[in-house]
Write a protein that binds this ligand. Structure first.
Ligand code: SF4
Ligand code: SF4
Length: 462
């Protein structure tokens, strides 16, 4: 009998490594991605280092080959805010943002052993789950939790086993600002879109362990979630969170495609999904919303800023003012590794908004809303999410309890305000207190009359 060929099945880890190796191989080291990166200076590279882009990318490739790289490359990898300008600049089909992510993972793996990385991942995930579960429950009753796929009981089997047209994937952290996610669902209902909602910590994208270097756990978690999300009739998942979007589309899905031979589904950001349906939305935008607004912009996912502007321009009465501020990063939360830079950007934007005399500073993403909303207390304009404005025109409204609570700036007052829901959900008072404190601590630009926040406030995927 012939000996069986020795074929080792591809694991998530080996497939990810193979993708990183192939991309590093395809890189010509032209240095263009370094030249266009908008945050390379804020990441701390000296003028001399910035003037040698080829050295910087050389260092990244060396890290990917398990070397130490060089100081400039390590700073660049650490300071990457996922703006994505580098992806547009590369003429060779390489995704430099993915290369930098893989370099960061490699750097984390050289600092810690496997057990430490696993423990760190578990601990970080526990905090993300604690905060999103508790902050959501301070605002929602059981029925609304159920609506966001966070029911206490498993949903009963549907009478018709027909799969939905789409799965709407919330991720974890939008649950802290549930009015945004609920409005997204209300808008899809009005457009007669058939969907199932999935998300929360039980449907983790795996970004937390991966960031800490634990690729094996990240792969297991993500595969589990991907199997749950692979249920739509159209093979389409609509994502809310930009961090989940980048993690799935640039890291996890292509890697699983390599191990399984097929991509489980396509993933589309919610705002691009709605932009595609703008002709169906337009007749539903009936009410005048006379607001001069400015858009808080992050360019990390190509086309989202433009799509958001198109949607907002379709709302009768809305006038968009350009504050001429820099747009960097994937969302506010992704700027946390450069706290002074993030604070400066936000303070300059608030001042520009006041000078322009706008009625509202409007964000697309949930982490932007979390970080900015309490400033409404101190500035002469509102802080809103774009789907609140779309909702106003459609006659849809959801109360923004998150902003109301955050503006209180007092843990005891917030706990007293939410006493009924804390009892209803049987929340542990001490854990709830910790989650509320973490909510108040996430304040990159301090409110007027308060002290500066801790430098790296705002943890977790988004
Ligand atoms: S990733 Fe692309 S842009 Fe960057 S150095 Fe390599 S080939 Fe050039
Ligand atoms: S994603 Fe952004 S911050 Fe990261 S390397 Fe590319 S351009 Fe620079």
């Amino acid at each position: 009998m012939d000996a069986k060929p020795d074929i080792t099945p591809e694991t998530f880890e080996s497939a990810l490594q193979a993708r990183a190796d192939a991309m590093a191989e395809a890189c010509t080291r032209c240095g263009k991605c370094v030249e266009v990166c908008p945050t390379i200076e804020a990441a701390g590279l000296s003028l001399e280092q910035r003037q040698n882009p080829v050295d910087v990318i050389d260092g990244i490739i060396d890290i990917l080959h398990h070397g130490e790289g060089n100081e400039a490359a390590r700073k660049w990898a650490d300071g990457c805010l996922l703006s994505g300008e580098c992806i547009k600049a590369c003429d060779y089909g390489v995704n430099p943002r993915f290369l930098l992510y893989m370099a960061r993972i490699q750097m984390a793996q050289t600092k810690h052993d496997a057990a430490t990385m696993r423990r760190g991942g578990v601990e970080a995930f526990r905090l993300v789950a604690r905060d999103s579960n508790h902050i959501a429950r301070l605002q929602l009753d059981d029925a609304l939790l159920e609506r966001l796929g966070q029911g206490v009981r498993p949903s009963p089997s549907p009478a018709t086993p027909e799969p939905p047209d789409f799965v709407f994937y919330t991720g974890c952290n939008v649950l802290k600002t549930p009015h945004i996610a609920l409005l997204a669902l209300d808008i899809m209902d009005a457009l007669e879109i058939r969907y199932d909602v999935m998300g929360g910590p039980t449907h983790c994208c795996g970004i937390v362990p991966m960031r800490l270097g634990d690729v094996a756990t990240s792969g297991r978690v993500a595969e589990n979630t991907i199997d749950k999300l692979s249920q739509s009739k159209t093979g389409q998942v609509v994502s809310w969170c930009p961090s989940c979007q980048v993690q799935f589309t640039e890291t996890t899905l292509p890697t699983i495609e390599k191990t399984r031979g097929a991509k489980p589904f396509e993933m589309t950001p919610f705002t691009l999904f709605i932009r595609k349906r703008l002709d169906r939305l337009r007749p539903l935008l009936r009410q005048l919303v006379p607001l001069r607004i400015a858009l808080h912009r992050h360019p990390g996912i190509a086309g989202v800023v433009e799509a958001a502007e198109d949607i907002l321009r379709a709302v009768p009465g809305v006038k968009i003012v350009d504050l001429q501020q820099p747009a960097v990063g994937l969302q506010s939360n992704n700027l946390r590794m450069l706290p002074a830079y993030r604070r400066e950007l936000q303070e300059r934007e608030l001042a520009a908004a006041e000078a322009a005399g706008i009625d509202a500073l409007v964000a697309v993403y949930h982490s932007d809303h979390r970080e900015l909303c309490a400033h409404e207390r101190d500035w002469p304009f509102r802080i809103m999410n774009m789907y609140e404005i779309v909702g106003l025109s459609m006659g849809l409204h959801r109360d923004d309890h998150f902003k109301r609570l955050k503006i209180m700036q007092d843990v005891d007052a917030i706990l007293a305000d939410c006493r009924d829901l804390i009892e209803q959900h049987g929340l542990n008072p001490e854990t709830t207190r910790l989650a509320v404190q973490a909510m108040l601590d996430e304040q990159p630009a301090p409110l007027r009359g308060t002290t500066a926040p801790s430098p790296a406030c705002g943890r977790g995927p988004g």
